[in-house]
Design a protein around this ligand. Structure first.
Ligand code: NDP
Ligand code: 2IT
Length: 448
């Protein structure tokens, strides 16, 4: 008979064994507070020490990235790949290029990815990687030289059946192109080793849009459950990157009114709504000019730019935190609630602090956590892998339909495992348990 797990003891041990990794501790705590009561009632998970095994990465790769900037100066960065868990498929997860990147941040992201990928219903394990390289202000050639130098080491550890990276913050289509080109050169192999590739060389239609679109498909499911519709709802979005822009596009298409977008300098507020025409301008600002979101008010002077603030003070029906971890804290959650917000769904990974999460749950705000709500991105990466294996390209409609079905399926899993809290589906509980069960059963079946 195994001793039951105790949350406090478990977290203390994780902290002791993984010092100085606060984001990893936070991600583990979120999962453990839901899973430990469940595991204590299911002896097979307890006896097989499944949770203890899941918090330990299968492999951590850290390497040096040396590259030359445009002034001929040598630059040195840290590169990483966390191969977290492969029991349901090859490691799968993005690469993040951002100055804040460190081991603890990537371990939190890799840990989340294991559960998220399991929820997608596709055969993908979990991983994450990246570098503390800062892409801001770098020339195109510098980005290319950095990507080549990064792949110079990473290529030894990845292939289409082992580990398949993709994009995340600071890594989009341009970077994936350079990384792919160099992998091909080093291995003399054209293979689906990365996802998010260009359409002409193995990429999938809808992959760029998938996280944002998937988020809105999930929001639609959440609202439908409450006999509500998104038509006419006001939406605050943070971020102005890949996830935010396509989330905004889908909001507009579905008939909602998008009020805000942001970046690390502040947010723009357009009281008339950012419509399809204005969003085209934002795409130009971000994806062609690589400029700041504050540029928006040069084009639309009736809008305001609020420097150094986050958009959660704006009155809205729906909030979509789509930028980065811990960007929405308790006071933001309280402001949203006081302003009548009914739903929060996370395009970003762990954007709400634990206090904010519990505030949503305790105050009847519909809360779609990232693991479930933003899984459309990696799900469509999974569909890109399938197409690469088949050596086929599916149509836009086909991929979009599959994405929609996957998001509905994730919603069903949350419903099945989550039960309800304050008359809402408890997505927090449901997503964590549903994601866990599939991985845990596979782990046990494969021995130790
Ligand atoms: P991008 O690099 O395309 O955009 C990131 C956006 O977030 C930018 O607007 C950026 O502003 C802002 N941002 C980043 N760091 C901070 C910060 N510390 N404070 C305030 N704003 C910040 O990344 P993505 O859109 O791809 O990723 C956004 C989030 O979604 C991340 O949490 C990522 O892990 C998650 N995600 C991404 C998926 C994908 O497929 N790309 C899939 C699932 C989740 P600035 O330019 O000023 O830095
Ligand atoms: O956080 C995420 O799910 C991603 N950045 C997407 C990963 C992927 O492999 O497409």
């Amino acid at each position: 008979m195994s001793t039951k797990l105790n949350l406090q003891d478990f977290i203390e041990k994780v902290k002791r064994e993984n010092p100085n990794e606060p984001q990893f501790h936070q991600a583990v705590h979120e999962v453990a507070e839901i899973l430990i009561p469940y595991i204590n009632e299911h002896p097979q998970y307890l006896e097989n020490k499944v949770l203890e095994r899941l918090v330990e990465p299968e492999r951590v790769i850290q390497f040096k990235v040396t590259w030359e900037d445009d002034n001929g100066e040598i630059q040195i960065n840290k590169g990483y790949r966390i191969q977290m868990n492969s029991c349901i498929g090859p490691y799968k997860g993005g690469l993040r290029f951002h100055p804040s990147v460190n081991l603890g941040i990537l371990k939190f992201l890799a840990f989340e990815q294991v559960f998220k990928n399991s929820l997608t219903t596709l055969p993908m394990g979990g991983g994450k990687g990246g570098s503390n390289f800062d892409p801001k202000g770098k020339s195109d050639r510098e980005i290319m030289r950095f990507c080549k130098a990064f792949m110079e080491e990473l290529y030894k550890h990845i292939d289409e059946n082992t580990d398949v990276p993709a994009g995340d913050i600071g890594v989009g289509g341009r970077e994936i192109g350079y990384l792919f080109g160099h992998y091909k050169k080093l291995r003399s192999k054209f293979t689906g080793v990365l996802t998010g590739k260009g359409l002409g060389f193995g990429g999938s239609l809808i992959r760029p849009e998938a996280t944002g679109y998937g988020l809105l498909y999930f929001v639609e499911c959440m609202l439908k459950e409450k006999n509500e519709s998104i038509v006419g709802k006001t939406v605050s979005i943070s971020g102005s990157g890949n996830v935010s822009l396509y989330a905004a596009e889908k909001c507009i298409e579905l008939g909602a009114k998008v009020l805000t977008l942001s970046d690390s300098s502040g947010y723009i507020y357009d009281p008339e709504g950012i419509d399809a025409e204005k969003l085209k301008t934002v795409f130009k600002i971000k994806l062609e000019d690589y400029a700041r979101i504050s540029e928006y008010i040069q084009y639309y002077p009736h809008a305001t730019f609020v420097a150094g603030k986050r958009p959660w003070e704006v009155k809205c029906d729906i909030a979509l935190p789509n930028a980065c971890e811990n960007e929405l804290d308790l006071s933001d959650a309280q402001k949203l609630h006081a302003n009548g917000c009914i739903l929060v769904a996370e395009g970003a990974n762990m954007p709400s602090t634990p206090e904010a999460v519990h505030f949503f749950l305790d105050n009847g705000i519909l809360y779609g956590l990232g693991k479930a709500a933003n899984a459309g991105g990696v799900a469509t990466s999974g569909l890109e892998m399938s197409q690469n294996s088949l050596r086929l390209n599916w149509t836009r409609e086909e991929v979009d339909q599959r994405l929609k079905r996957i998001m509905q399926d994730i919603h069903e899993q949350c419903k099945q495992y989550g039960g309800s809290i304050h008359n809402n589906i408890n997505y927090y509980k449901g997503a964590n348990i549903a994601g866990f069960v599939k991985v845990a059963d596979a782990l046990i079946a494969q021995g130790f």
